[in-house]
Design a binder for this molecule. Structure first.
Ligand code: KG4
Ligand code: ZN
Length: 348
């Protein structure tokens, strides 16, 4: 089957946090396989990701996940034309498993190695499913570790409009869920429980969200803050232990989504972007997906909301971002290491 491929067959590897994932993608768009092995059950009993457990699980899972990704794509390792891996940001012990394996495979197969920034990979999840997305594009990137509004002016050309001053949106979901006894990961649990709750039951704070964005200082306009919201929920439940958990969850979720969607709308209006898209694990959230699409409709711009599987961590998005990076920058040197604090490369 290998000789039917059009070339540019990239193997992506993602091990930055608690998902071991390998995918085969062609020309940054056609997903031939995307295998994700989640470690959720191993971390759930600790209430969050334990780095040591994550690193060991990646070591155990990577080879079987790789074999399955190749088999599902119907190719041999020797058909692979480049190997892309997430080099950061993330947990260093986890990143190292994927990065070292990717370098070894690139040497064995004699193909380029491509270093991929995990945040850029989340941005490219949209391009996987909609290769012709027009730019400039406002991207709301909301994950467990990051919350940012980015203006994407072209491939690899990003301007940071704003980011969170404290907790990431996913982190707030996970912390509130933990406090409410809903387990880990908290996002999907709060999302599901909110269906039975009243989002207007409790009026939790929306930080730096007001009628007129111009009344906010420039460096606060597109900034987010979720730690005050988390504290407000915790204090409220402490003072009113009988408050229905579904109402608390739904009201918390309404506050998070209000802040995210309002600032995304301001960004769309102020930048003249032709479209807007979502990325990152929190983009799997039902209310956010619905409200974001409605906001874009109202603003008269194209909305793109990737499928849920492409929002949460996966390797297809890594392969896609890797393919674009390979076109623009060529192969990465093999001495590029894992960088837990890697940030999105921004325009000046
Ligand atoms: O992008 P991701 O898979 O990993 C990181 O790069 O961080 O995001 C994980 C985050 C977790 O905080 C998880 O609770 C959140 O995404 N999440 C959700 C939903 N599904 C995952 N948050 C809200 N609603 C969801 N349905
Ligand atoms: Zn992620």
């Amino acid at each position: 089957m290998g000789d039917q491929l059009s070339g540019d067959t990239i193997l992506g590897i993602e091990t930055s946090c608690d998902e071991t994932a390998v995918a085969v993608v062609e020309r940054g768009t056609l997903v031939r396989s995307s295998v994700v092995s989640s470690q959720v059950e191993q971390h759930a009993r600790y209430g969050g990701v334990v780095p040591e457990v994550a690193g060991r699980a990646h070591v155990q899972q990577l080879v079987p996940v790789l074999a399955e990704a190749l088999a599902t794509a119907g190719i041999e390792g020797t058909d692979v034309e480049a190997v892309a891996a997430t080099t950061g940001p993330g947990l260093v012990g986890s990143l190292l498993v994927g990065v070292s394996s990717a370098k070894a495979l690139s040497l064995v197969w004699g193909v380029p190695f491509v270093s991929v920034n995990h945040l850029e990979a989340h941005l490219y999840a949209s391009f996987l499913e909609e290769p012709d997305l027009e730019m400039p594009l406002v991207v709301l990137l909301v994950s467990g570790g990051h919350t940012m509004l980015v203006l994407m002016e072209g491939h690899g050309r990003y301007r940071l409009l704003g980011s969170t001053l404290d907790d990431a949106a996913g982190e707030a979901y996970d912390k509130v869920a933990r406090y409410l006894g809903l387990g880990y990961p908290g996002g999907p649990a709060i999302d599901a429980l909110s269906v039975d709750g009243d989002p207007t039951a409790f009026d939790y704070p929306r930080a730096m969200v007001q009628e007129n964005p111009d009344t906010l200082p420039d460096d606060r306009r597109y900034a987010f803050s979720f730690s005050g919201l988390k504290t407000a929920v915790v204090n409220h439940v402490r003072n009113e232990p009988d408050a229905p958990t579904a109402d608390v969850a739904a009201s918390f979720q309404a506050a998070v989504v209000d802040a995210l969607v309002t600032k995304a709308r301001w960004a769309v209006e102020a930048t003249g972007a032709v479209g807007a898209c979502l990325g990152g694990g929190v983009a799997a959230n039902s209310l956010l997906r619905e409200r974001f699409a409605a906001m874009c409709d109202g603003a008269g711009v194209r909305a793109f909301v990737p499928s849920r599987a492409m929002c949460t961590d996966n390797a297809a998005m890594v392969a896609a971002a890797g393919w674009w990076r390979l076109q623009s920058d060529g192969p990465s040197p093999l001495d590029v290491g894992a960088d837990p604090n890697l940030s999105l490369p921004l325009l000046d």
